[in-house]
Design a protein around this ligand. Structure first.
Ligand SMILES: O=P(O)(O)OC[C@H]1O[C@H](OP(=O)(O)OP(=O)(O)O)[C@H](O)[C@@H]1O
Ligand SMILES: Nc1ncnc2[nH]cnc12
Length: 185
């Protein structure tokens, strides 16, 4: 199947299977709930395939060494993307969850602030790293993850996300790291 077909199937699944939950987790936020998408194997498979395209070049060659996913929804998408690309997966977690030596970054997101961590040995110096998550909102999470990857001496070479909230300038937070967003809402 060609790249545009893969993407079209993913966009169709996102349009049908992501629901809006108003005022969650706080008043004024419209929460993008991906659980119906995850419950649909064809839709879930379609979006994983489309996200994985961000880790390949035009000839279909894999051009990344590692996939990083952000807790918690990012894990669900990033792990199968890593397997699809045949590379390893590394988790970025909220504070206090990773057991070995970590790098830490404070960050803000659409509804709060927190600390993210990455094991210092999770990615190697010089690795080319693809970030994967479900939603790009303010970009706080993605920006902090780029910082963590760089602190390991590795290079964030792409950020693949299901949905981008277009009214927030999330792309600014990741600077010149290319963003692949399957849907802008
Ligand atoms: O662009 P931002 O403003 O940073 O927001 C995007 C982040 O917010 C959500 O995660 P959340 O921290 O709510 O964690 P969860 O996946 O555990 O629900 C989402 O999964 C992204 O990681
Ligand atoms: N509106 C939203 N829906 C789901 N996840 C989010 N993360 C940040 N903003 C979000």
């Amino acid at each position: 199947m060609g790249g545009s077909d893969v993407r079209a199937r993913a966009v169709d699944a996102l349009t049908r299977l992501v629901r809006d939950i108003p005022d969650f987790p706080e008043p004024g936020i419209v929460f993008k709930d991906i659980t119906p998408l995850l419950a649909d194997p064809a839709g879930f498979g379609a979006v994983v395939e489309a996200l994985a395209e961000a880790g390949r070049d035009e000839d279909g060659q894999v051009v990344v060494d590692k996939v990083v996913g952000m807790e918690a929804r990012g894990f669900i998408l990033a792990a199968p993307v890593a397997l699809a690309l045949g590379v390893g997966f590394a988790p970025v977690r909220k504070a206090g969850k990773l057991p070995h030596l970590t790098h830490r970054v404070d960050y803000a997101l659409e509804y709060g602030e927190a600390v993210l961590e990455l094991h210092r040995d999770a990615v190697a110096a010089g690795d080319r790293v693809l970030l994967v998550d479900d939603v790009l909102a303010t970009g706080g999470t993605a920006g902090a993850t780029c910082d963590l990857v760089r602190r390991c001496g590795a290079e964030p070479v792409g950020f693949a996300v299901l949905m981008e909230l277009g009214f927030l300038d999330g792309r600014a937070a990741v600077g010149d790291v290319p963003v692949t967003s399957l849907l802008t809402v």
